[in-house]
Design a protein around this ligand. Structure first.
Ligand SMILES: NC(=O)c1ccc[n+]([C@@H]2O[C@H](COP(=O)([O-])OP(=O)(O)OC[C@H]3O[C@@H](n4cnc5c(N)ncnc54)[C@H](OP(=O)(O)O)[C@@H]3O)[C@@H](O)[C@H]2O)c1
Length: 290
Protein backbone atom coordinates (compact mmCIF):
# COMPACT_ATOMS: atom_id res chain seq x y z
CA UNK A 1 0.00 0.00 0.00
CA UNK A 2 1.16 3.58 -0.66
CA UNK A 3 2.35 5.46 2.40
CA UNK A 4 2.31 8.99 3.75
CA UNK A 5 4.33 10.78 6.46
CA UNK A 6 2.73 11.76 9.75
CA UNK A 7 5.60 13.73 11.21
CA UNK A 8 8.45 11.21 11.28
CA UNK A 9 6.04 8.25 11.20
CA UNK A 10 5.29 6.45 7.94
CA UNK A 11 1.70 5.22 7.67
CA UNK A 12 -0.56 3.65 5.05
CA UNK A 13 -2.63 5.98 2.84
CA UNK A 14 -5.83 4.35 4.21
CA UNK A 15 -6.24 3.80 7.96
CA UNK A 16 -8.74 1.86 10.03
CA UNK A 17 -11.36 3.89 11.89
CA UNK A 18 -11.96 1.67 14.91
CA UNK A 19 -14.98 3.49 16.39
CA UNK A 20 -17.68 1.00 15.22
CA UNK A 21 -15.92 -1.71 17.28
CA UNK A 22 -16.76 -0.01 20.57
CA UNK A 23 -19.94 2.07 20.39
CA UNK A 24 -23.58 0.93 20.63
CA UNK A 25 -24.24 -2.01 18.31
CA UNK A 26 -20.61 -3.11 18.45
CA UNK A 27 -19.61 -6.67 17.58
CA UNK A 28 -18.19 -9.15 20.11
CA UNK A 29 -14.61 -8.33 21.04
CA UNK A 30 -13.36 -11.52 19.34
CA UNK A 31 -14.84 -10.35 16.02
CA UNK A 32 -13.45 -6.87 16.59
CA UNK A 33 -9.97 -8.32 17.01
CA UNK A 34 -10.46 -10.08 13.65
CA UNK A 35 -11.48 -6.76 12.06
CA UNK A 36 -8.26 -5.13 13.29
CA UNK A 37 -6.17 -8.09 12.12
CA UNK A 38 -7.90 -8.01 8.71
CA UNK A 39 -7.03 -4.32 8.33
CA UNK A 40 -3.38 -4.90 9.23
CA UNK A 41 -3.11 -8.04 7.10
CA UNK A 42 -4.42 -6.02 4.14
CA UNK A 43 -1.69 -3.41 4.56
CA UNK A 44 -3.16 -0.72 6.80
CA UNK A 45 -0.63 0.53 9.36
CA UNK A 46 -2.66 3.34 10.95
CA UNK A 47 -5.48 2.76 13.43
CA UNK A 48 -7.60 5.68 14.62
CA UNK A 49 -9.21 5.48 18.05
CA UNK A 50 -10.28 7.68 20.99
CA UNK A 51 -10.64 7.24 24.73
CA UNK A 52 -14.38 7.83 24.33
CA UNK A 53 -15.03 5.09 21.75
CA UNK A 54 -17.07 3.10 24.23
CA UNK A 55 -20.64 2.76 25.48
CA UNK A 56 -20.47 5.24 28.38
CA UNK A 57 -18.19 6.63 31.08
CA UNK A 58 -18.01 3.25 32.84
CA UNK A 59 -16.55 1.76 29.63
CA UNK A 60 -13.94 4.47 28.80
CA UNK A 61 -10.95 3.13 26.88
CA UNK A 62 -12.77 0.10 25.44
CA UNK A 63 -11.52 0.77 21.91
CA UNK A 64 -7.96 1.45 23.04
CA UNK A 65 -7.88 -1.77 25.11
CA UNK A 66 -9.26 -3.68 22.14
CA UNK A 67 -6.50 -2.37 19.86
CA UNK A 68 -3.86 -3.23 22.47
CA UNK A 69 -5.28 -6.76 22.68
CA UNK A 70 -5.39 -7.16 18.88
CA UNK A 71 -1.76 -6.06 18.61
CA UNK A 72 -0.70 -8.40 21.44
CA UNK A 73 -2.45 -11.32 19.75
CA UNK A 74 -0.89 -10.66 16.35
CA UNK A 75 2.33 -12.14 15.03
CA UNK A 76 4.67 -9.17 14.80
CA UNK A 77 2.78 -7.35 17.55
CA UNK A 78 2.66 -3.58 17.25
CA UNK A 79 5.73 -3.42 15.01
CA UNK A 80 5.15 -0.87 12.25
CA UNK A 81 1.64 0.01 13.47
CA UNK A 82 0.79 3.60 14.35
CA UNK A 83 -2.10 4.19 16.73
CA UNK A 84 -3.71 7.61 16.79
CA UNK A 85 -5.94 8.36 19.74
CA UNK A 86 -7.85 11.42 20.97
CA UNK A 87 -8.77 13.26 24.16
CA UNK A 88 -11.09 16.11 24.92
CA UNK A 89 -14.49 14.43 25.08
CA UNK A 90 -16.44 12.63 27.79
CA UNK A 91 -19.33 10.13 27.81
CA UNK A 92 -21.47 10.84 30.90
CA UNK A 93 -24.31 8.32 30.87
CA UNK A 94 -23.51 7.58 27.22
CA UNK A 95 -23.86 11.22 26.03
CA UNK A 96 -21.07 12.85 24.01
CA UNK A 97 -19.71 16.01 25.71
CA UNK A 98 -16.57 18.12 25.29
CA UNK A 99 -13.92 18.84 27.95
CA UNK A 100 -10.74 20.52 26.74
CA UNK A 101 -9.48 21.58 30.17
CA UNK A 102 -5.79 20.92 30.84
CA UNK A 103 -6.63 18.83 33.93
CA UNK A 104 -8.93 16.58 31.90
CA UNK A 105 -6.41 16.20 29.07
CA UNK A 106 -3.60 15.28 31.49
CA UNK A 107 -5.74 12.63 33.22
CA UNK A 108 -7.04 11.31 29.88
CA UNK A 109 -3.49 10.88 28.60
CA UNK A 110 -2.54 8.72 31.60
CA UNK A 111 -5.66 6.57 31.04
CA UNK A 112 -4.93 6.19 27.31
CA UNK A 113 -1.29 5.23 27.90
CA UNK A 114 -2.50 2.51 30.26
CA UNK A 115 -5.32 1.31 27.99
CA UNK A 116 -3.02 1.14 24.96
CA UNK A 117 -0.22 -0.42 27.01
CA UNK A 118 2.39 2.02 25.68
CA UNK A 119 4.85 4.55 27.11
CA UNK A 120 4.23 7.08 24.32
CA UNK A 121 1.17 7.78 22.13
CA UNK A 122 2.08 8.03 18.43
CA UNK A 123 -0.46 10.72 17.50
CA UNK A 124 -2.53 12.50 20.15
CA UNK A 125 -5.45 14.48 18.77
CA UNK A 126 -7.65 17.05 20.50
CA UNK A 127 -11.03 15.47 19.75
CA UNK A 128 -12.88 18.78 19.41
CA UNK A 129 -12.38 22.37 20.53
CA UNK A 130 -14.10 23.23 23.82
CA UNK A 131 -15.91 26.58 23.60
CA UNK A 132 -15.26 27.07 27.35
CA UNK A 133 -11.46 26.65 27.03
CA UNK A 134 -9.23 28.60 24.62
CA UNK A 135 -7.76 26.11 22.16
CA UNK A 136 -4.24 27.38 22.96
CA UNK A 137 -4.82 26.38 26.59
CA UNK A 138 -5.87 22.83 25.60
CA UNK A 139 -2.93 22.54 23.23
CA UNK A 140 -0.60 23.96 25.87
CA UNK A 141 -1.41 20.96 28.08
CA UNK A 142 -0.85 18.60 25.16
CA UNK A 143 2.52 20.21 24.41
CA UNK A 144 3.53 19.56 28.03
CA UNK A 145 2.60 15.89 27.55
CA UNK A 146 4.70 15.86 24.40
CA UNK A 147 7.67 17.44 26.21
CA UNK A 148 7.31 14.78 28.92
CA UNK A 149 7.71 12.10 26.24
CA UNK A 150 4.17 10.77 26.62
CA UNK A 151 3.08 11.86 23.15
CA UNK A 152 5.03 11.84 19.88
CA UNK A 153 2.91 14.00 17.57
CA UNK A 154 -0.10 16.28 18.01
CA UNK A 155 -3.20 16.62 15.85
CA UNK A 156 -6.56 18.36 15.98
CA UNK A 157 -10.03 17.15 15.11
CA UNK A 158 -13.26 18.89 14.11
CA UNK A 159 -11.57 22.23 13.48
CA UNK A 160 -11.35 25.03 10.92
CA UNK A 161 -8.60 27.44 9.86
CA UNK A 162 -9.06 29.80 12.85
CA UNK A 163 -8.67 26.96 15.35
CA UNK A 164 -5.61 25.78 13.46
CA UNK A 165 -4.02 29.22 13.54
CA UNK A 166 -4.56 29.44 17.30
CA UNK A 167 -3.26 25.92 17.91
CA UNK A 168 -0.23 26.26 15.65
CA UNK A 169 0.81 29.39 17.55
CA UNK A 170 1.60 27.16 20.56
CA UNK A 171 2.18 23.67 19.13
CA UNK A 172 3.55 21.77 16.17
CA UNK A 173 0.53 20.13 14.54
CA UNK A 174 0.93 17.32 12.02
CA UNK A 175 -2.68 16.43 11.23
CA UNK A 176 -6.31 17.46 11.13
CA UNK A 177 -9.17 14.99 11.45
CA UNK A 178 -12.45 16.29 10.06
CA UNK A 179 -15.62 14.76 8.72
CA UNK A 180 -14.95 14.63 5.00
CA UNK A 181 -16.65 12.69 2.23
CA UNK A 182 -18.42 13.43 -1.05
CA UNK A 183 -21.50 14.07 1.11
CA UNK A 184 -19.72 16.12 3.81
CA UNK A 185 -17.73 18.84 2.13
CA UNK A 186 -17.40 21.54 4.84
CA UNK A 187 -13.61 21.11 4.95
CA UNK A 188 -13.44 22.01 1.27
CA UNK A 189 -16.02 24.80 1.57
CA UNK A 190 -14.52 26.53 4.63
CA UNK A 191 -10.88 26.43 3.53
CA UNK A 192 -9.62 23.76 5.97
CA UNK A 193 -8.39 21.49 3.19
CA UNK A 194 -6.66 24.41 1.50
CA UNK A 195 -5.07 25.29 4.85
CA UNK A 196 -3.75 21.73 5.18
CA UNK A 197 -2.26 21.96 1.71
CA UNK A 198 -0.65 25.32 2.46
CA UNK A 199 0.93 24.09 5.72
CA UNK A 200 1.59 20.45 4.80
CA UNK A 201 -0.84 18.98 7.35
CA UNK A 202 -2.28 15.52 6.77
CA UNK A 203 -6.09 15.48 6.60
CA UNK A 204 -7.47 12.33 8.21
CA UNK A 205 -10.91 12.11 6.63
CA UNK A 206 -13.32 10.74 9.21
CA UNK A 207 -16.66 9.25 8.16
CA UNK A 208 -15.24 9.09 4.60
CA UNK A 209 -17.95 6.90 3.12
CA UNK A 210 -20.82 8.85 4.66
CA UNK A 211 -20.50 8.05 8.36
CA UNK A 212 -21.52 5.43 10.88
CA UNK A 213 -25.23 6.10 10.38
CA UNK A 214 -24.99 7.36 6.80
CA UNK A 215 -22.84 5.01 4.75
CA UNK A 216 -25.90 3.74 2.86
CA UNK A 217 -25.51 6.99 0.90
CA UNK A 218 -22.34 5.56 -0.56
CA UNK A 219 -23.73 2.07 -1.10
CA UNK A 220 -26.75 3.55 -2.90
CA UNK A 221 -25.00 6.27 -4.89
CA UNK A 222 -25.60 5.96 -8.63
CA UNK A 223 -22.24 7.44 -9.70
CA UNK A 224 -20.20 5.35 -7.26
CA UNK A 225 -22.05 2.22 -8.37
CA UNK A 226 -21.69 2.91 -12.10
CA UNK A 227 -17.93 3.43 -11.81
CA UNK A 228 -17.59 0.47 -9.45
CA UNK A 229 -19.36 -1.75 -11.97
CA UNK A 230 -16.86 -0.74 -14.66
CA UNK A 231 -13.92 -1.69 -12.43
CA UNK A 232 -15.52 -4.68 -10.72
CA UNK A 233 -15.23 -3.03 -7.28
CA UNK A 234 -17.69 -1.75 -4.67
CA UNK A 235 -19.03 1.82 -4.44
CA UNK A 236 -17.13 2.16 -1.12
CA UNK A 237 -13.86 1.41 -2.89
CA UNK A 238 -14.63 3.97 -5.61
CA UNK A 239 -15.36 6.60 -2.97
CA UNK A 240 -12.13 5.91 -1.07
CA UNK A 241 -10.00 5.72 -4.23
CA UNK A 242 -11.40 9.06 -5.32
CA UNK A 243 -10.64 10.74 -1.99
CA UNK A 244 -7.08 9.40 -2.24
CA UNK A 245 -6.72 10.91 -5.69
CA UNK A 246 -8.13 14.32 -4.72
CA UNK A 247 -5.10 15.25 -2.60
CA UNK A 248 -1.85 13.53 -1.60
CA UNK A 249 -2.51 14.80 1.94
CA UNK A 250 -5.89 13.09 2.28
CA UNK A 251 -5.85 9.98 4.44
CA UNK A 252 -9.29 8.37 4.75
CA UNK A 253 -9.96 6.36 7.92
CA UNK A 254 -13.05 4.27 7.04
CA UNK A 255 -14.73 2.44 9.91
CA UNK A 256 -15.48 -1.26 9.87
CA UNK A 257 -17.30 -3.71 12.08
CA UNK A 258 -16.76 -6.64 9.71
CA UNK A 259 -13.36 -8.00 8.60
CA UNK A 260 -14.54 -7.88 4.97
CA UNK A 261 -15.18 -4.12 5.19
CA UNK A 262 -11.65 -3.49 6.45
CA UNK A 263 -10.13 -5.67 3.71
CA UNK A 264 -12.22 -3.91 1.08
CA UNK A 265 -11.22 -0.44 2.29
CA UNK A 266 -7.54 -1.34 2.23
CA UNK A 267 -8.03 -2.66 -1.30
CA UNK A 268 -9.28 0.75 -2.43
CA UNK A 269 -5.71 2.02 -2.29
CA UNK A 270 -4.92 -0.28 -5.21
CA UNK A 271 -7.69 1.07 -7.43
CA UNK A 272 -6.69 3.58 -10.11
CA UNK A 273 -9.56 5.66 -11.43
CA UNK A 274 -9.44 6.86 -15.02
CA UNK A 275 -9.61 10.53 -15.99
CA UNK A 276 -13.16 9.85 -17.23
CA UNK A 277 -14.12 8.35 -13.83
CA UNK A 278 -12.68 11.34 -12.03
CA UNK A 279 -14.47 13.79 -14.32
CA UNK A 280 -17.76 11.96 -13.72
CA UNK A 281 -17.24 12.10 -9.94
CA UNK A 282 -16.30 15.79 -10.09
CA UNK A 283 -19.53 16.53 -11.95
CA UNK A 284 -21.58 14.60 -9.38
CA UNK A 285 -19.78 16.12 -6.36
CA UNK A 286 -18.46 19.54 -7.42
CA UNK A 287 -17.54 20.61 -3.88
CA UNK A 288 -14.85 17.91 -3.61
CA UNK A 289 -11.67 19.57 -4.87
CA UNK A 290 -8.06 19.80 -3.76
N1 LIG B 1 -13.00 12.82 15.09
C1 LIG B 1 -14.28 12.60 15.17
O1 LIG B 1 -15.04 13.37 15.74
C2 LIG B 1 -14.83 11.37 14.51
C3 LIG B 1 -16.22 11.22 14.33
C4 LIG B 1 -16.67 10.07 13.68
C5 LIG B 1 -15.76 9.12 13.25
N2 LIG B 1 -14.43 9.29 13.47
C6 LIG B 1 -13.43 8.29 13.02
O2 LIG B 1 -13.62 8.03 11.65
C7 LIG B 1 -13.82 6.65 11.45
C8 LIG B 1 -14.72 6.40 10.28
O3 LIG B 1 -15.98 6.97 10.48
P1 LIG B 1 -17.30 6.10 10.66
O4 LIG B 1 -16.92 4.74 11.07
O5 LIG B 1 -18.20 6.87 11.55
O6 LIG B 1 -17.95 6.19 9.23
P2 LIG B 1 -17.58 5.62 7.78
O7 LIG B 1 -16.18 5.18 7.75
O8 LIG B 1 -18.02 6.64 6.80
O9 LIG B 1 -18.57 4.37 7.63
C9 LIG B 1 -18.44 3.30 8.48
C10 LIG B 1 -19.24 2.11 8.00
O10 LIG B 1 -19.24 1.98 6.59
C11 LIG B 1 -19.03 0.65 6.23
N3 LIG B 1 -17.87 0.57 5.31
C12 LIG B 1 -16.77 1.38 5.31
N4 LIG B 1 -15.93 1.01 4.33
C13 LIG B 1 -16.50 -0.07 3.72
C14 LIG B 1 -16.10 -0.92 2.64
N5 LIG B 1 -14.93 -0.72 2.01
N6 LIG B 1 -16.93 -1.92 2.27
C15 LIG B 1 -18.11 -2.12 2.92
N7 LIG B 1 -18.53 -1.36 3.95
C16 LIG B 1 -17.73 -0.34 4.35
C17 LIG B 1 -18.69 -0.17 7.47
O11 LIG B 1 -19.74 -1.08 7.66
P3 LIG B 1 -19.66 -2.39 8.59
O12 LIG B 1 -19.89 -1.86 9.97
O13 LIG B 1 -20.77 -3.23 8.08
O14 LIG B 1 -18.30 -3.00 8.47
C18 LIG B 1 -18.54 0.89 8.54
O15 LIG B 1 -19.05 0.56 9.80
C19 LIG B 1 -14.37 6.17 12.79
O16 LIG B 1 -14.24 4.78 12.93
C20 LIG B 1 -13.53 6.96 13.74
O17 LIG B 1 -12.25 6.36 13.89
C21 LIG B 1 -13.95 10.40 14.07
Amino acid sequence: MQTIQLGDLTVSRVGLGAMPLSIAGRPDDAISVRVIHAALDAGMTLIDTADVYCIDDADLGHNERLIARALRERAGGAQGVVVATKAGCERPGGAWTVNGSPAHLRAACERSLKALGVDCIDLYQLHAPDSKVPIAESLGAMVELQRAGKVRHLGLSNVGPHDLDAARAVATIVSVQNRLSPWDTASFDNGTMAYCKQHGLVMLAHSPVGGHGGHARCADDATMNAIGARHGVSPYQVCLAWLLSVSPLLLPIPGASKPSSATSSAGAAGLTLTDADRAELARAFPAVRA
